[in-house]
Design a protein around this ligand. Structure first.
Ligand code: MG
Ligand code: MG
Length: 260
């Protein structure tokens, strides 16, 4: 079952999705070498609850924390803990909230201080790939058009595209149909129609596409130990242009201020 939302429902989901962006911005304010990932998790959880929402990931499938924090070669689903961030790390933070019965889901990969230029390029290009996909997320296109746009943009750089994990419909449940892969063929897959809401989330590896899961049952990492980036937006399908319900604006304002 693929759901289509009314205008009113989409506005509720925009509120949830924007709260995710604000939460990631709040976390970004505190991001620095020397902080632990569990401290960041607490900041996110407090911020979400203070805004009348619930952290969507807490307890989801047994996940023990409020956000997923994945460092360097960790792709996604990292569990916050006592790990201390250091200069040169990259940190992917994936956040979901539930408010007024609707979920928002968004992720951003942050550099800690100065990072290797080739890793900075990986971050920029993974974010670009997300927007390449979003550009195809309009009424009448198919999921494969989004997937192909991401794949064809990324493959020119020789990066690995994670295939085992995909984007998804998002609404009254965190994960709904359809699945939205980051690789695929044009003109294939479910048709996108006005009112559908999907999370698009390329997970891109500097090296090989292959991943493994840690013994903790959650953490996904690259098998070649090279870094991986993850950017995600919640997007509503409209007639001529995707409506991006989440936002990186608040996050990037914080990052700009911190560079000054
Ligand atoms: Mg997410
Ligand atoms: Mg997601």
């Amino acid at each position: 079952m693929i759901y289509r939302r009314t205008e009113e429902e989409i506005e509720l989901q925009r509120e949830s999705s924007l709260l995710v962006g604000e939460t990631l911005a709040e976390v970004a304010r505190h991001l620095r070498a020397g902080i632990t990932t569990i401290e960041l998790d607490k900041i996110a959880e407090t911020f979400i609850r203070d805004h009348g929402a619930l952290p969507a990931f807490k307890g989801y499938g047994g996940f023990p924390a409020s956000v997923c924090i994945s460092v360097n070669d960790e792709v996604v689903h990292g569990i916050p803990g006592n790990r201390v961030l250091k200069e040169g790390d990259i940190v992917s933070i994936d956040c979901g909230v539930l408010k007024h019965g609707f979920y928002g889901d968004s992720a951003y990969t942050f550099p800690i201080g100065e990072i290797e230029p080739e890793v900075m390029l990986l971050l920029e290009r993974t974010k670009n790939a997300l927007y390449e996909g979003i550009a195809k997320a309009v009424d009448g296109m198919r999921v494969g058009d989004v997937a192909y746009a991401i794949q064809s943009y990324i493959e020119q750089f020789g990066y690995g595209i994670v295939r085992e994990l995909v984007g998804h419909g998002v609404g009254k449940k965190l994960h709904e149909k359809p699945e939205v892969p980051n690789y695929g063929r044009r003109g294939t897959g479910p048709k996108l129609t006005e009112g559908m809401v999907i999370a698009i989330e390329p997970m891109i590896n500097l090296g090989l596409r292959n991943i493994s899961q840690d013994d903790d049952g959650w953490t996904i990492r690259t098998i070649d130990k090279l870094p991986s980036a993850h950017f995600e937006h919640t997007v509503a399908i409209k007639k001529n242009k995707a409506d991006i319900l989440s936002s990186f604006d608040m996050i990037e304002e914080v990052l700009k201020q911190k560079r000054k």
